[in-house]
Design a protein around this ligand. Structure first.
Ligand code: SF4
Length: 231
């Protein structure tokens, strides 16, 4: 859905502005790439497209169908935007039966204004996860640390995610991509990441990856497999 996002989060290096029209060939191009690479698990994501009526939900669904038509056994994780909280858009995506719905909270609620997100969007994002679970999906989210949060803020985020029925979580170190992005306030040590992992697990999130280099798609297949073994 292009490389231009309709939002402008201050930690993110993606271009912000008015996106191009959708390319109807994109689902086919993705399916060819997945097939050529003989992938067994793929994470598919997009910029946020607030300019589209359904936020790009039907495009995600088309992409899932097209990828599956060429790679029948593939597991597909969709890392989706919040679709402005639209349940219909979420339903459209979930009806395509992705293996996992991933939606990142990114940071604790206290930092939402600081990163240029409406603080109300924190609750809206939790609802995306909760609704995805209610609609039958396995759910996943991710946060970055190092932007100025304190431990109690992180722990509250774990609680909020658990209450929203989030199955899996990634926790990684924020890095400043360009000079115009927000500065790093703290570098967490590997021991601190381990502590966060143990804490999140003890609070009821079923599978967690936590470490300096962890990103949303970090060992996504392993995380998913570990979750499946529990079921
Ligand atoms: S984090 Fe997502 S919504 Fe925010 S600017 Fe980057 S791509 Fe857009």
């Amino acid at each position: 859905m292009g490389d231009v996002c309709t939002r402008n989060c201050r930690f993110c290096a993606v271009k912000s502005g008015i996106p191009e029209k959708l390319s109807p060939e994109e689902p086919a191009r993705i399916s060819e790439a997945v097939k050529a690479m003989e992938l067994t698990y793929v994470v598919i994501t997009s910029v946020t497209r607030d300019d589209l009526k359904d936020g790009g939900a039907s495009f995600f669904a088309d992409t899932v169908h097209t990828v599956r038509s060429k790679s029948a056994d593939i597991k597909i994780e969709l890392l989706i935007p919040d679709f402005k909280g639209s349940k219909d858009a979420l339903k459209t995506v979930i009806r395509s039966r992705p293996s996992v719905i991933n939606h990142n909270l990114e940071v604790p609620s206290i930092l939402y204004s600081y990163i240029n997100r409406d603080p109300k969007n924190y609750v809206r994002s939790l609802k995306v996860i909760e609704n995805a679970k209610k609609m039958g999906a396995y759910t996943k989210s991710g946060i970055m640390v190092g932007l100025g949060e304190d431990y109690p803020h992180i722990i509250q985020t774990f609680k909020d995610l658990r209450n929203a029925s989030c199955d899996m979580l990634t926790i990684g170190q924020y890095l400043q991509a360009t000079k115009s992005n927000l500065p790093v306030k703290k570098y967490y040590t590997p021991d601190e990441f381990e502590y966060l992992k143990t804490t999140a697990l003890s609070m009821g999130i079923k599978q967690v990856e936590s470490g300096p280099l962890v990103r949303s798609s970090y060992r996504a297949y392993d995380l998913y497999n570990r979750l499946m073994k529990e079921h």
